[in-house]
Design a protein around this ligand. Structure first.
Ligand code: ADP
Length: 169
């Protein structure tokens, strides 16, 4: 079973095998986690993302999918880029959010990554309510079939941390 750990802090500072990026489908950087990863990780990550776009994802990385690059200057070895769904009150996109966690762990398995750090995918610019995002994140990782030993959820704000803490029980 995967060990789950909560951390309040910055995903770019996590010394784990792989950090997950809440990317957008263009793979060309953005705000939030994406901006921080490219800023601190340096241009090598963006160069690999451009290559991935050119070779495999001309139409963009689909929502719910995940793909890896190296991690440039970050302490992690790899960045796993995944595209979360934008929150919608009208249609239920929970399965796409769950897919981000599942597919990221599948990519981690391919890489042989044993420790993985996730941000709270979709809960920033994409507007997903933190409590529901936490519930989906934890349930999906708990039920995943993976060789990853430890998953940390890295929450940027004290509120996010408390919400995940409540969802963990
Ligand atoms: P999305 O577009 O998927 O919503 P964001 O990057 O906007 O992605 O936000 C996802 C979550 O990550 C939000 O809860 C946000 O507060 C948080 N966040 C922003 N910057 C960082 C960071 N450097 N480390 C960890 N979490 C972060």
């Amino acid at each position: 079973m995967v060990e789950l750990v909560l951390v309040q802090g910055d995903i770019t500072e996590q010394a784990v095998d792989a950090v997950v990026n809440a990317a957008n489908s263009a793979l060309l950087g953005g705000g939030g986690v994406d901006g921080a990863i490219h800023r601190k990780g340096g241009p090598a990550i963006l160069a690999e993302c451009r290559d991935l776009r050119a070779s495999r994802y001309g139409k963009g990385l689909p929502t719910g999918a995940a793909v890896a690059t190296t991690a440039g200057n970050l302490p992690a070895r790899w960045v796993i880029h995944t595209v979360g769904p934008v929150w919608s009150a009208r249609d239920d996109r929970s399965e796409l959010l769950a897919s981000c966690y599942r597919e990221s762990l599948a990519v981690a398995d391919e890489l042989g990554a044993e420790t993985v750090a996730f941000p709270a995918i979709s809960t920033g610019i994409f507007g997903w309510p933190m409590d529901d995002g936490a519930r989906i994140a934890i349930a999906t990782v708990r039920s995943a079939h993976t060789d990853v030993r430890r998953v940390s959820f890295v929450l940027f704000t004290p509120d996010g941390y408390t919400t995940f803490e409540k969802a963990l029980v």
